[in-house]
Ligand binder design. Structure first.
Ligand SMILES: Nc1ncnc2c1ncn2[C@@H]1O[C@H](COP(=O)(O)OP(=O)(O)OP(=O)(O)O)[C@@H](O)[C@H]1O
Length: 694
């Protein structure tokens, strides 16, 4: 076969149904397309005037009118833009996928740029056929001597064109709505769609019902030139204001200069709040907002609001509306808005977005990722800036914004890196600390420790014979080994935390008495968040306040006493296991500074986290008992007389009761008792009180 070069041809009979049926996902998009065509036509006319290519009448007021006519089943879109000559209709309308925008820029490329023009694919007009059986165009070009054009097409691939009757420069598109889509002729439906897509388009859009007899009453001095006065309203009293009955005014549906398009310095707090209420229908005030405004390396403007989240359980799904040249594209487009920012509410407008032809989705390319990274960076910068310069405000918002920030840190490494120093932790006194401050906080001087009565605790360590305890140990070469050195180093990096202030109050009291601090982490997101912090910051460890007995809570003992305690622990463990019938129970004896505590439990951090995780992923109906209570240790306070009593009177009749009560008391400080245990505990407590009466 001979080599051949040629151009592909498209059969319009086949391609047209594709455009009508499948190009646009939602039928209502035709309104956006036709209104944005009108908008473009007006923008072009204004640009031409600025270039001195045409003059507009002094009273020229750009507008797009949408007229619904349910009786005649029509919908009209009228603009006073650039209009089209017969040649232009031939070129841009009769040829599918030919956009006038490209030609316009080609022609005036030295004098103007592409900004503000919405269309560029040359397909939007045909979306009208998704809802209309027939479409008419009546247009008159701004060009001197241009003749009006009438064009019509019934949705097939043939059209008719002839000289029209339009006398004003601009274009009128009439849609004869098909029987399945009559809802679009309804005024309310039309309003809803226009408000959805066109609420911020740069040209005024008016909606009215064609041939309506509806009227409205206005004050005489509020009459506009465009009003049609039907009659003067008769006054009831001489002093009454003069009023007029006029034909119902078309309703302005959009805001042409949205807040995000203005410079942040020009916007007031009230305007930001008003905008938020209007756009998101949320009457709870947002906490604060970020106004994004950038021209380079891409054009992007927007406002992101941090909503107030009332409860942990409230859905905190936000809405970020994406616009392209003030034309609504879609909500929450994941490619542009980082997932964690979808908790916010806001608007983003970027004329540089790489839209697909239906203008309802994005072409996913590297550029989109850059936009997304930029937004993340701006949010982190704003938060860091607030933390540095408006710390008080930042602290005030912290509880509300912290789940969002922590979620962001979990989802986005760069955000996490930028935010790590600006994460706050609330301590036991309600003070907010940064991570480095938390790490500092527990390096306390034990001299300052107090006992449960607030008295300073003895720093001098004596053994039970009253002699000063010798705590030095020697290594094999006879040198004194500082046995706490390694541990102190480790302790410096432990951050203690509380997950339930009420339930863990006993431990909190012990901490407070020992002048130790802990941070409060009650949100669900805190567990994964601290695990991530630990993974990213080697040497930092988070430990729940009930996970272990720290050295600071222990009274100092001599080596000899320690040895003795070990023996006692063995003994008492035997008694406890027997009485409680719990063979696997781990029992420890500790000499606690707080002499009023007889018993308590600790649950090792690792085991607890593991159990929490298993619970989280457990299937409904799964028996959690199978995970057991691993990591749980019963701590008995050697300084408490009850513990001593058990040791000294193993055979006593009351020992069983004391042991059971000690165990329950320990458990109850950590978590609510199981129903059966609770019943026994109450009965036993009553029995114990009865003993007092004897
Ligand atoms: N109301 C109008 N006034 C003047 N010219 C118009 C009007 N509507 C359409 N046109 C011309 O017809 C061309 C094709 O319109 P169409 O809506 O199909 O595509 P587009 O707006 O260029 O691109 P897109 O598919 O991205 O919307 C436009 O570029 C414009 O030149």
């Amino acid at each position: 076969m001979a080599a051949k070069h040629g151009s592909l041809s498209i059969n319009s009979d086949n391609i047209f149904p594709i455009i009508k049926k499948w190009l646009y996902s939602d039928h209502d998009i035709f309104m956006r397309e036709l209104i944005s065509n009108g908008c473009d036509a007006i923008t072009k006319l204004k640009k031409l005037e600025m270039m001195g290519e045409c003059t507009l009448p002094n009273d020229y007021k750009a507008k797009i009118q949408v007229l619904v006519n349910p009786e005649e089943k029509t919908l009209k879109f009228i603009d006073n833009g650039i209009g089209m000559t017969a040649e232009e209709v031939e070129e841009y309308i009769n040829q599918i996928a030919f956009s006038g925008a490209t030609d316009f820029f080609e022609k005036y490329k030295d004098k103007t740029n592409e900004d503000q023009i919405i269309g560029h694919f040359g397909l939007g007009f045909y979306s009208a056929f998704m809802v209309a059986d027939q479409v008419h165009i009546d247009t008159l070009s701004y060009k001197e001597g241009a003749a009006p054009v009438h064009w019509e097409c019934d949705g097939g691939t043939e059209f008719d064109m002839e000289e029209g009757t339009r006398t004003e420069v601009g274009t009128e598109i009439t849609l004869f709505i098909n029987e399945d889509c009559l809802e679009f002729c309804n005024e309310y439906k039309a309003r809803e769609i226009i408000k959805k897509y066109c609420a911020f388009m740069p040209t005024e859009i008016y909606l009215s019902k064609e041939n309506t007899t509806e009227t409205q009453i206005i004050k005489a001095d509020e009459k506009l030139d465009t009003d049609t006065v039907l009659e003067e309203v008769a006054k009831e009293k001489e002093e009454d204001e003069q009023k007029l009955k006029i034909a119902k005014r078309p309703e302005l549906l959009n805001e042409t200069n949205p807040l995000w398009a203005r410079h942040p310095n020009e916007c007031t707090k009230e305007e930001y709040l008003e905008f938020y209420r209007k756009v998101f229908q949320d009457y709870k005030e947002p906490l604060f907002w970020i106004h994004l405004n950038m021209d380079y390396p891409f054009n992007l403007k927007g406002i992101l609001y941090f909503p107030k989240i009332n409860t942990e359980y409230e859905s905190i799904e936000g809405t970020i509306k994406l616009y392209n040249n003030q034309v609504f594209i879609a909500d929450n487009i994941k490619e542009v808005i980082p997932e964690f920012l979808l908790l916010l509410k806001g608007v983003i407008d970027s004329p540089d977005l790489p839209l697909n032809v239906s203008r309802s989705a994005l072409q996913n390319d590297g550029f989109v990722k850059k936009i997304s990274d930029y937004i993340t960076k701006k949010v982190a910068d704003k938060l860091a800036g607030m933390c540095k310069t408006e710390k008080e405000e930042y602290e005030k918002y912290w509880d509300d914004i912290s789940p969002f920030i922590k979620f962001g840190c979990l989802k986005d490494d760069k955000f996490c890196e930028k935010m790590t120093d600006y994460i706050l932790f609330k301590d036991l006194d309600g003070k907010y600390l940064t991570l480095p401050e938390c790490l500092e906080v527990n390096r306390i001087d034990t001299e300052d420790a107090v006992d449960e009565n607030g008295n300073k605790v003895e720093a001098e360590v004596v053994d039970e014979d009253g002699s000063k305890a010798k705590t030095d140990i020697l290594d094999e070469d006879g040198n004194v080994v500082d046995e706490n050195a390694g541990e102190e180093e480790k302790n410096e990096k432990v951050i203690y935390y509380v997950t339930d202030e009420k339930q863990q109050s006993q431990y909190i009291n012990m901490f407070k008495n020992a002048k130790m601090d802990a941070v409060i982490l009650t949100h669900n997101i805190d567990q994964p968040f601290i695990s991530q912090l630990e993974a990213k910051n080697e040497g930092i460890k988070f430990q729940r306040i009930d996970a272990d007995i720290t050295d600071t809570l222990r009274a100092k003992t001599s080596k000899k006493a320690e040895k003795e305690m070990e023996e006692q622990a063995e003994e008492i463990a035997k008694i406890m296991k027997k009485v409680l019938k719990k063979d696997a129970l781990t029992v420890k004896i500790e000499k606690l500074k707080n002499k009023k505590i007889s018993s308590m439990v600790t649950i090792s951090e690792e085991s607890r986290r593991m159990q929490d995780m298993m619970k989280m992923y457990s299937m409904p109906g799964m028996d959690m008992g199978m995970f057991g209570k691993e990591g749980e240790t019963l701590i008995l306070n050697a300084s408490h007389p009850l513990v001593q009593y058990v040791l000294d009177n193993k055979e006593d009749d009351n020992v069983k009761m004391i042991c059971e009560q000690l165990y329950d008391l320990a458990m109850i400080q950590n978590a609510p008792l199981e129903p059966e245990a609770m019943t026994k505990f109450i009965a036993r407590s009553n029995d114990i009180m009865m003993l007092l009466t004897k």
